[in-house]
Design a protein around this ligand. Structure first.
Ligand code: ASP
Length: 449
């Protein structure tokens, strides 16, 4: 049995949905299908999820939201008509959207989640309707009945362990099951969504729950590339990559697959295939537990900005038991997740995302570090990017760090930070955000051309 997930760009129009249904029905083992909400039809278009967020925002700021909702109805109406579905199908969607808008908006984040989930939910209904119209046995699956139970964190939910046992029963369902991605229900029955892009997570959870032979993730690119094609011209495609390589690259900006989506399939050891809906014959990229490294130690180069680092130094820090814990305790008290904490003999840097470190918080954190830890020096640097060189071959190859730093030096890039060895499969460089394109290009040239 295969679990196949189709992203919003694969479901943006009736014609694309027809291609999706051709792909689904071309392999009898594709029995569990996850759909996103219709995405953009052209570059300036708006995703249905964003239209729904605008509806929720309007309603929460004392507008009716009716005008905004009309745009969502139009998108779904166009799709239903293009698929030749009977009027009842679109009536059902319109009724569902009106019901959601009519719900009590007192709890803003729960109301927003209920609106946001309408994109996936109605898309799943229409896909199931269309498959049946084409003569296939297909069923819409209600995530509540199926047992997709999530933590009570609107917009940022995580799956609860108990879901897996219940969801496993989907194995026994006859025909094609069409499951809406992106949302589930809390234990107390409230609708909650995953973070944005979370249909990938739904697909991975279902693949693990039913113990699928393969999790296929259909998107709009032929494969994962060794570097961002907007930065490097014609980067090489990646045929095979391990979970941990993919995890590191997704962390650092490879957006093909949501970075939380690998966890369920990683634990279950289920291979993932990234495929292109518009070119399903292309081999795609396969994500697996182990791969033959061959003579290319590096599989990809990624970069992501928006970080800041706090540098703390104190003479004889190494002798002071508990210094690191007390420093990180300040971050914990302020609810700032720290991303990395490289350290030296008498110094330690804490890297965090700038979105969690606004200037008001910065002032408080620095004051506490100075007074409570009696630091000799505390400085902050903003506008940092992390550049990652990733590959399973990294742990065995000699001289890779020298090659990487040599390439960066050749491009006149100043290194703000270097972290090698903490991870067996990556090297991480902190550079100024403005230096990212040059850094990525120089590393790509070094390792791939
Ligand atoms: N539709 C949701 C979003 O735009 C979830 C997804 O597409 O995976 O974020």
């Amino acid at each position: 049995m295969k679990t196949a997930k189709f992203g919003g760009s694969s479901l943006a129009s009736a014609d694309l949905i027809k291609s999706v249904c051709d792909i689904i029905t071309s392999a009898p083992e594709r029995r569990l299908v996850v759909v996103s909400a219709p995405g953009k039809r052209f570059a300036e278009d708006t995703k249905v999820t964003d239209l729904l967020i605008a509806v929720a925002e309007a309603r929460l700021t004392n507008h009716s939201g009716v005008v905004e909702l009309e745009r969502v109805k139009e998108r779904f109406g166009e799709i239903a008509n293009g698929l030749g579905l009977p009027p009842e199908s679109i009536q059902m969607v319109r009724g569902d959207l009106d019901d959601r808008l009519g719900q009590d908006p007192a709890n803003g984040s729960l109301f927003t989640d209920t609106m946001k989930a309408a994109g996936e939910d109605n898309c799943a209904h229409l896909v199931a309707d269309y498959l049946r119209q084409c003569g296939h046995e297909a069923h819409y699956i209600d995530p509540r009945e199926a047992g997709m139970t999530l933590s009570d964190e609107p917009g940022n939910a995580r799956v609860l362990r108990q879901s897996y046992g219940k969801l496993r029963q989907l194995r026994e369902r006859p025909g094609i099951s069409v499951f809406p991605g992106f949302f589930g229900y809390s234990e107390s029955g409230k609708l909650v969504t995953f973070p944005r892009g979370g249909s990938d997570i739904t697909g991975a959870i279902l693949a693990a729950a039913v113990d699928a032979d393969l999790y296929e993730n259909f998107t709009d690119v032929d494969s994962v590339f060794t570097a961002n094609p907007n930065v490097v011209d014609n980067p090489k495609p990646v045929a095979e990559i391990t979970y941990r390589e993919m995890r590191e690259l997704s962390y650092a900006g490879f957006s093909v697959l949501h970075d939380e989506a690998l966890e369920p399939v990683f634990h279950a050891g289920i291979p993932v295939e990234i495929k292109n809906t518009k070119n399903p014959q292309a081999p795609g990229t396969r994500i697996v537990r182990e791969r033959e490294v061959g003579d290319l130690p590096v599989v990809g180069i990624a970069a992501t900005g928006g970080f800041c680092t706090v540098y703390v130094s104190r003479y004889l820090m190494n002798r002071e038991v508990g210094f690191g814990r007390r420093l990180l305790q300040i971050y914990e008290d302020e609810a700032i997740p720290f991303e990395h904490a490289p350290s030296g003999i008498d110094n330690m840097s804490v890297v965090a995302r700038e979105e969690f470190f606004p200037h008001a918080v910065e002032e408080r954190v620095l004051r506490r570090i100075r007074t409570e830890l009696e630091a000799d020096e505390v400085t902050v640097e903003r506008g940092l990017a992390l550049v990652m060189v990733v590959g399973e071959g990294m742990q065995y190859a000699i001289g890779l760090a020298a090659r990487a730093t040599g390439a960066l030096a050749g491009a006149a890039i100043n290194l703000e930070m270097l972290n090698q060895g903490s991870s067996e499969v990556s090297m991480m460089f902190g550079v100024k955000e403005v230096d990212v394109p040059a850094a990525v290009r120089s590393l790509y040239d070094e390792f791939f051309t």
